[in-house]
Design a protein around this ligand. Structure first.
Ligand code: FES
Ligand SMILES: [Fe+2]
Length: 403
């Protein structure tokens, strides 16, 4: 069924290309500049969005084997993700049940049992307390009441999604909607993990705006992607998420061919944009296709962020392919750090001047309009209504460029 949806999107795009038209958002929209630096707004985004909605926390490829784990800090919460012997990924607050020591040092590895560095209590992959050091002298304890604190975690489409707050238990499938089904076609879950880079950047929205912005490609990236790259994007809203494709000459050759002959790589092309902070993009390189999965996490202040860039491919490692991957990663990091984030860090300085109170997003910038519209909706929604909000696929007013 979801392949049918991909064909539908392709047909829609093809019709526009043949007619020489572009889908545009209904109007120009405005956004308060303060949204990019105001500490109160930033706190609201942490509390009502980053700590309530499922975030893309890891690639399945990072936790491929049973007993593999990943520990990291996300928006101030120490997290532990573990793939159990049963193959299921679970998530916990990385905090010992005894007196709160961080159970596992940040990083990745493989173990059957986690032993606390403070007094050696130990926990298994299901988060159960399985050992208390010198238990006789400690005193009797019901082990079943002292497991690790679980988080809502689900693995879909080769990505481990999770909510960083134990207080919230969002419905991950409601959040993903058809986006979750469609990205299954990318086969990220079957891919090999080639590397990770972390980059410091400006306010998370300044950084993320760039990932939905096709308009800037032939300008800011003229020296890297070239001046010939199209500045026009087709924005296909998928609940709060979206898919962004560019005009593709290759499509025209398929216009008169039966749809069941349309190749998968054309059907899945484009940037798959994960609300509120992620982007999946594919790059053809010698020997295969390399995917960059970017996730932008808010930093310690409104004016900082940290981006996790993960690189995965279906092509297994070989000396030649791995070398090609390394070259592409270096190139992409250069583009993101020296072009996108260098510009973003300058924007972070200009917004504070008070010289402008509003930014404008054009009708050709429907992708960013869609994201900002959804951020406002999430911030305005009560805890109990959040799942229903995501179940709704109503287009956001003024942001339905792909409709
Ligand atoms: S804090 Fe972990 S064993 Fe004491
Ligand atoms: Fe860019």
């Amino acid at each position: 069924m979801s392949r049918g949806r991909l064909i539908e999107m392709a047909r829609e795009q093809l019709a526009h290309q043949q007619a020489g038209t572009m889908p545009l958002a209904p109007s120009i929209t405005r956004l308060p500049v303060a949204n990019y630096f105001d500490p109160a707004r930033f706190q609201l985004e942490l509390d009502r969005m980053f700590r309530r909605v499922p975030l893309a926390l890891a690639m399945s490829a990072e936790l491929r084997e049973p007993n593999s784990y990943k520990a990291m800090d996300v928006v101030g919460v120490p997290l532990l993700l573990v793939r159990g012997g049963d193959g299921q990924v679970r998530g916990f607050v990385n905090m010992c049940s005894h007196r709160g020591a961080k159970l596992v040092t940040d990083g990745a590895g493989s173990t059957r049992r986690f032993t606390c560095p403070y007094h050696a209590w130990s926990f298994d992959a299901a988060g159960d307390l399985v050992g208390v050091f010198r238990e006789k002298s400690f005193g009797e304890l019901d082990h079943t009441c002292f497991g690790l604190t679980p988080l809502t975690v689900a693995e879909r489409g080769g990505i481990v999604w999770g909510c960083v707050s134990p207080k919230h238990t969002p419905d991950v499938d409601a959040f993903l909607g058809e986006f979750g089904e469609l990205i299954e076609h990318l086969r990220l879950g079957e891919m090999h993990h080639y590397g990770r880079r972390e980059l410091d950047g400006p306010n998370w929205k300044v950084a993320f705006d760039g990932y939905t912005d096709i308009y800037h490609l032939p300008v800011l990236h003229r020296r890297t992607f070239g001046e010939d790259i199209s500045p026009e994007g087709f924005f296909h809203p998928l609940g709060p998420h979206q898919r962004i494709t560019g005009p593709r000459g290759r499509w025209l050759a398929y216009a008169d061919r039966p749809e069941d002959e349309w190749p998968d790589d054309l059907l899945i092309a484009g940037i798959w944009s994960i609300f509120p902070h992620g982007s999946i993009a594919a790059f053809d390189i010698d020997g295969g296709t390399l995917y960059q999965i970017a996730r932008i996490f808010p930093g310690e202040t409104a004016e900082q962020s940290v981006s996790h860039l993960d690189y995965v491919s279906l092509t297994p490692p070989s000396p030649e392919f791995t070398a090609a991957v390394e070259r592409q990663i270096d190139f992409l990091v250069h583009v993101v750090r020296d072009e996108d984030y260098a510009t973003g860090l300058d924007i972070q300085r200009t917004v504070r001047t008070g010289a402008k109170t509003e930014f404008v997003f054009g009708r050709n910038e429907g992708g960013a309009q869609h994201v900002h519209g959804w951020i406002d909706r999430v911030l305005a929604t009560a805890d109990d209504d959040l799942d229903d909000l995501f179940r709704s696929t109503r287009p956001v007013a003024g942001a339905s460029a792909g409709d």
